[in-house]
Write a protein that binds this ligand. Structure first.
Ligand SMILES: [Zn+2]
Length: 297
């Protein structure tokens, strides 16, 4: 079996995929509908997204399982389907990815805040254990804990994944710029604190996703790399902050604009580049060109 750590060790920059949620909405997912149920009920549509990213040149393909922890699925009354939904999510992406690419099984936040007493850590942990195991049995090569803002929830997810699967684990946090021009998650975690906590707890890859466009992601990656030169780093910027017009999210950063900053992003020392909300196959295709041009310099 090919290993992501071995592949990363060969150097260069790996290309990941772009948004899934954005594409699901384009394909007809309605507001308030459970995106992950589509793995069962609209399998062909979900497969189409994975296929589009393969065609765009991505070497890393995510899964439609961001909100598929039983805790999050419980919001739709679908908590008992968590195992089935995650297995199917990984299978769909694996079929499209084949043996030449890597499937990163997505695990997002549950929406419950431990600090507020919304949920017990045991319950949260159990939910992540189930999700991590199901993603592995469906064929995921790596577990990707992403869009996290709270260290306690991320650590539970990381421990759940490390202790109950044999897969490498990536952890990505989402930062915003504060009034003091510093990057913090909404829970107050800095990029350095995040890096320290996750690397100490055994994360194999760390990174940052979503946020507020390419420029912010570049600055965050610089901060992380200043602190830790070794840990594999991934960056998946969103296409800027969406504006809501006529019930639709319009993202300001188009493929050209984002791709024009790829060189600067590579120069921070990232190892994996993809996109988050508002990015699509057109973004990823241009990123592929830019990365390949950069490598030939
Ligand atoms: Zn996002």
């Amino acid at each position: 079996m090919r290993s992501i750590m071995e592949r990363l060790g060969r150097g260069g920059v790996m290309l990941a995929d772009g948004a899934w949620g954005t594409l699901l909405h384009e394909m007809g997912l309605r507001p308030g509908e459970c995106p992950e149920l589509w793995n069962i009920e609209r399998r062909d549509k979900v497969a189409k997204i994975a296929e589009k990213y393969v065609l765009a040149g991505a070497e890393i393909i995510g899964t439609n399982s961001f909100g598929a922890s039983s805790v999050k699925l419980g919001m739709y009354g679908l908590d008992t389907m968590a195992e089935e939904i995650n297995i199917e999510a990984a299978r769909i992406s694996k079929e499209a990815a084949g043996t030449e690419r890597f499937v990163f099984g997505s695990m997002g936040p549950t929406g419950k805040i431990l600090m507020m007493g919304d949920i017990s850590s045991e319950e949260l942990f159990k939910s992540f254990v189930e999700q991590a195991k199901a993603l592995q049995s469906g064929g995921a090569d790596v577990l990707l804990i992403e869009t996290m803002t709270a260290s306690d929830e991320a650590l539970l997810a990381l421990n759940a994944a490390k202790e109950n699967t044999s897969l490498p684990v990536a952890v990505c946090f989402t930062f915003d710029k504060t009034a003091n021009n510093e990057y913090r998650t909404i829970m107050g975690v800095s990029p350095v604190e995040f890096c320290h906590n996750m690397v100490s707890a055994g994360a194999d890859i760390i990174g940052t996703n979503c946020g507020n466009g390419m420029q912010g992601i570049i600055e965050i990656c610089r901060e992380i790399r200043n602190y830790n030169k070794e840990i594999p780093l991934m960056a998946q910027a969103n296409a800027g902050m969406p504006e809501y017009r006529d019930g639709k999210s319009i993202f300001p950063e188009g493929p050209e604009e984002m791709a024009s900053k790829i060189d600067a992003l590579i120069e921070t020392g990232v190892n994996i580049i993809g996109g988050c909300c508002g990015t699509g196959p057109a973004h990823i295709k241009l990123f592929a060109e830019r990365i390949s041009n950069f490598m030939q310099r």
